[in-house]
Design a protein around this ligand. Structure first.
Ligand code: IMP
Ligand code: MG
Length: 223
């Protein structure tokens, strides 16, 4: 059994540990796939020498996303809404947000790629997946995982404005204002965070960690 298991409020795997048996009554040691929980309560083992530290707990994220959904529902009361998720990072946030909105909502996705090597972007954004349907005359909220330099949302906002939506708003789970290069403001922000590289709840590093329930700061080993 993993020695780093520790208590966490909402994780059933942890309750198993406290009972020292799975809900089915089997001792944990007999489970073929025992739950692997990190010290910090995240449920994905770090890769190699990478280190994860929880920045936003899952309970805080869930609370905030519900609040954002309530606020959006109030702002657009009596109207129809069209959410556009930016793949892939926003998919987890979007799936929680849409269920917190108490209105008639439709959904579409876009995907972009930025030219550049590693974490350095050249500033050029390219559309790799366009919308399935027109947004003309619709109340649109563009849903993104994180607003960082602003290059992506600056580009997408311009592309979408040209298509004449009735209203275009931006919802971002996270905002790193220190890193801004292009002026973009989100209308709905979950959390403002310091200039750290974060993963989890949809955000990745080399496609890993999207399935972490908490948002964690990722530290890489020295090269
Ligand atoms: P921007 O164009 O610089 O604002 O960056 C937006 C995109 O960069 C996001 O959609 C993310 O995919 C990625 N990104 C920026 N900061 C982070 C981070 O801390 N962790 C993971 N991805 C990030
Ligand atoms: Mg993204």
């Amino acid at each position: 059994m993993n020695a780093r298991l520790k208590e966490h409020d909402s994780c059933p795997s942890i309750r198993w540990r406290y009972r020292s048996e799975a809900p089915c009554g089997l001792p944990l040691s007999t489970l073929k796939y025992p739950p692997f929980i990190l010290e910090d309560g995240s449920s994905v083992p770090p890769h190699g020498q990478e280190h994860l530290r929880v920045l936003l707990r899952r309970s805080a994220i869930q609370r905030r996303v519900r609040e954002m959904g309530r606020q959006i529902s109030r702002d657009f009361r009596g109207e129809r809404l069209h959410l556009i998720g930016v793949l892939k990072g926003a998919s987890i946030f979007l799936s929680d947000l849409i269920r917190a909105i108490n209105l008639e909502v439709s959904l579409d996705f876009m995907a972009v790629s930025s030219y550049g090597k590693g974490s350095q972007t050249s500033g050029q954004v390219r559309l790799t997946k366009d919308l399935d349907t027109s947004i003309e005359g619709l109340n649109v909220i563009l849903v993104e995982d994180i607003l960082d330099t602003g290059l992506t949302l600056h580009y997408l906002r311009r592309v979408l404005q040209q298509r004449k939506p009735k209203v275009l708003r931006i919802a971002a789970l996270l905002d790193k204002p220190e890193r801004r290069v292009k002026e973009v403001k989100a209308d709905y922000v979950g959390f403002q965070i310091p200039n750290e590289f974060v993963v989890g709840y949809g955000l990745d590093y080399a496609e890993r960690y999207r399935n972490l329930k908490d948002v964690c700061v990722l530290s890489l080993p020295p090269e």
